[in-house]
Design a protein around this ligand. Structure first.
Ligand code: HDE
Length: 735
């Protein structure tokens, strides 16, 4: 019996959908063309698709060729408007499972409180600014949107990889998007905020300052979608079975830790592999390295709403984890790639207003506006109000409603009754009570004047930006300042640079000074942005609220508490003919034991011969890859192999560049000679005739007498550290 039949018979009023039927419903529309005849849209079998129907083999094509017309029409219409923001995305299927039922105290949402239920999910990661075909590794916020196909209907958690947003109120979103998108006259630059209009807007809107610091940090160039955090950003509400509400912030924490690229690497990847993040996600899932995120929440009792020095309804603020610790509640596993990009990743339609009983919104003015925008934008994309009936958007529970006709209506309702109340249909579909699972909006007392105004409690634009700056490590600060030099360096109007640096001064005089030094301007303290009043005098007048706060929040740093693992890391082994086979195998094994992957990189594709006669296939040639596509590099011994590479610009460049990007470099035996032939500076390598394994600033070397297994252990330990920023101080590598 099909889902529609069930619907029309009014069956399955129970919501206990078992695991198999859930998957079946999601999969109902999946097609596998194997062993099937090709047909037209009408199901008529086809025997020939290489030639159009003509009047004679050299004559004109005939209008009556319905096959030609059908094929061409479909191609001509093979696109829908791309998303106005978050146009470029990558999706994956999986499931979510709570660890226990401990959240029952706070929410009645079953998918968060029933540990034996695996809820199917579809996640779409995205960049924000660029078009559908733009590069992946641009400096930008990343979208992290999750659709939970729960037993109580669909719930969407539509978040980002940065915990705050640029603006307070949705009404400013059109201005923000216009300013950050390519300029309207020449449509440049693509996928980048580094231009006058964005920084003009940002400098005039000091409420953007906190988010700007996150966007200028390495968070905006993630190493992988699998290695970035996700945040619900707004404060939402949990509602428990007794109707009691608790404020909640959502966090996704990647089990692989949060890691980033370096800017030079990100820019180069845009050229060498513009699909870098998409490919990384796809390949990991394809190889069985399932992607795991822990869902954690920060909970604030309603009574504590006004106890902080920021407003919980202000999305430009975090709740520092040091004030309200994270409570892990479950894990999401992404384990299946989409079958069809368009049908799934492109057509998925998220909406922060897709809520299930137990989760509700707050009066955050940024969230309130989103509740309108997402459905509205889908209407533009799908040209139909029926987009929720597309397979990827359909709930896995039965849908019974009395929606009428319209473009692309999929459901075939039977009978005459399409209104409520009715007696002709015996009152079906009937209304549910709260106990039967109806969504009931949380009751909240609201009073006040109808007024177009900003709450005073939103006024502090700088304290949390200062908190961010004070909480990150020196390498992170260095990268942030370099990002300012790049972004504002691309701004041609000097007054904009000055105004922005004046805002940075309010965050930290040190930040402003370091920013100004790379921009050829002075720090000007006399610039005050009028639209938001005077921050200093507001502060002096006590208008900036004084509740609970912290001076530092180590949790915002990616370096402090960094997760050390080599799992899924990619390691290049540079080889030519005449390499030492045992060394390669020992290191490969050590990497494999830690879940890392080793790839053989050489000048050209071929079978390479070792000193002892074994053969190894080359995985990547230098033309098709580069150090930027790996997390670490290893050079084994073997005189002939090393001597050949000494004469190869590609191999030397590979190592120089990996060094510049602070990646782990390993070399054993004669391999160390190749390190000595590069431009690496400021590190010691193993001396000849010693058995010591030298591991300094991420360069791990061992000469002849050392044990290769011990070397491999040290090499893997260095890879686990991800990057070795201590090298940056003296980096003088020509790469
Ligand atoms: Fe969105 N946002 N947004 N946004 N957003 C869209 O909806 C919007 C905001 C986010 O993979 C659009 O379907 C407004 C915050 C993600 O399909 C649009 C405001 C956060 C995605 C829209 C915001 C997000 C979108 C465009 C208030 C993090 C991609 C296409 C200022 C919590 C979802 C679409 C996907 C997409 C509006 C701010 C996340 C235009 C009005 C804050 C992850 O409706």
């Amino acid at each position: 019996m099909s889902n529609n039949d069930r619907k029309n018979k009014g069956e399955m009023s129970s919501r206990n959908v078992d695991e198999n039927s859930k998957n079946k419903q999601l999969e109902e529309f999946r097609e596998d063309p194997t062993d099937q005849f090709l047909t037209t849209d009408q199901g008529v079998r086809v025997n020939h698709v290489d030639d159009s129907l003509k009047a004679g083999s050299r004559g004109p094509t005939l209008m009556e060729d319905f096959l030609f017309r059908e094929r061409m029409t479909h191609l001509d219409h093979e696109s829908i408007p791309e998303r106005v923001v978050h146009a470029r995305g990558s999706g994956a299927h999986g499931f979510f499972q709570p660890y226990d039922d401990s959240m029952k105290e706070f929410t009645k949402a079953k998918f968060l409180t029933t540990p034996d239920v695996k809820t199917p999910v579809f996640v779409r990661f995205s960049t924000v600014v660029g078009s559908r075909g733009s590069a992946d590794t641009v400096r930008d916020v990343r979208g992290f949107a999750t659709k939970f196909y729960t037993e109580e209907g669909n719930y969407d958690l539509v978040g980002n990889n940065i915990p705050v947003f640029f603006i307070h109120d949705s009404i400013k979103f059109p201005d923000l998007v216009h300013a950050i998108k390519p300029m309207p006259d020449n449509e440049m630059p693509q996928a980048s905020a580094a231009h006058d209009t964005f920084w003009d807007f940002a400098s005039l809107m000091p409420e953007t300052t906190h988010m700007l610091l996150w966007v200028l940090s390495d968070r905006a160039i993630p190493r992988s979608f699998r290695m970035m955090e996700g945040f619900g950003v707004h404060t939402f509400r949990f509602i428990n079975a007794a109707g009691k509400a608790t404020f909640v912030k959502f966090h996704w924490r990647p089990l692989l830790g949060t890691h980033s690229l370096v800017w030079d690497e990100a820019q180069k990847l845009n050229g060498k592999d513009p699909d870098w993040l998409r490919r990384d996600l796809w390949e990991a899932i394809d190889m069985g390295d399932h992607v795991e995120f822990e869902l954690a929440v920060q909970l604030v009792p309603e009574e504590d709403e006004l106890k902080y020095n920021f407003d919980l309804l202000d999305s430009t603020k975090i709740i520092p984890e040091e004030l309200v610790p994270l409570r892990p509640i479950g894990k999401m596993t992404l384990n299946r790639n989409p079958d069809n990009f368009f049908a799934e990743t492109e057509q998925v339609a998220f909406h922060p207003g897709n809520l299930v009983p137990g989760i509700d919104v707050t009066n955050d003015p940024l969230l309130q506006g989103r509740l309108f925008s997402y459905v509205d934008t889908q209407l533009n994309r799908f040209n139909s109000a029926n987009f929720a009936e597309i397979p990827i958007n359909r709930p896995v529970v039965p849908v019974h409603n009395q929606q009428g006709a319209g473009f692309m209506r999929q459901t075939i309702n039977k009978g005459k009754v399409n209104y409520w109340p009715n007696s002709l249909g015996e009152g079906n579909p009937k209304l549910a009570t709260e106990e039967e699972g109806a969504f009931v909006h949380h009751q909240e007392k609201v009073e006040g004047h109808k007024i177009r105004a900003r709450s005073e409690s939103f006024k502090d634009h700088f304290s949390q930006a200062t908190l961010f700056w004070n909480s990150i490590t020196e390498p992170e600060k260095k990268h942030l300042v370099e990002a300012i030099h790049f972004e504002l360096g691309k701004v041609e109007t000097i007054a904009i640079r000055e105004r922005m640096v004046a805002n940075f001064y309010k965050v930290s005089p040190e930040l402003a000074q370091r920013a100004a030094e790379g921009l050829g301007i002075e720090v000007r303290q006399d610039i005050e942005v009028e639209s938001t009043g005077n921050y200093e005098s507001d502060k002096a007048a006590g208008k900036i609220s004084k509740g609970k706060s912290v001076k530092e929040s180590p949790a915002v740093s990616m370096e402090i508490g960094k997760k050390e693992t080599a799992k899924t890391r990619k390691v290049a082994i540079l080889l030519e003919d005449g390499f030492n086979y045992d060394e390669v195998m020992a290191v490969k094994q050590a990497l494999q034991n830690e879940g890392a992957q080793a790839k053989i990189v050489s000048k050209v594709f071929k079978k390479l011969k070792s000193t002892s006669g074994e053969e190894i296939e080359v995985d990547k040639s230098h033309v098709t890859t580069g150090s930027i596509m790996f997390d670490a590099v290893y050079v084994p011994g073997g005189m002939a192999s090393v001597e050949a590479m000494k004469k190869q610009g590609e191999a030397l460049h590979f190592l120089n560049e990996a060094f510049k990007h602070c990646k782990t470099i390993g070399a054993s035996r004669e391999g160390v000679d190749l390190i000595n032939a590069t431009s690496l500076t400021g590190v010691h390598v193993a001396e000849e005739a010693t058995a010591d394994i030298v591991s300094e600033k991420g360069v791990v070397t061992a000469r002849a007498a050392a044990s290769i297994e011990d070397f491999a252990t040290s090499f893997v330990a260095a890879i686990k550290k991800h990057r070795h920023w201590e090298r940056e101080e003296k980096a003088m590598v020509p790469a």
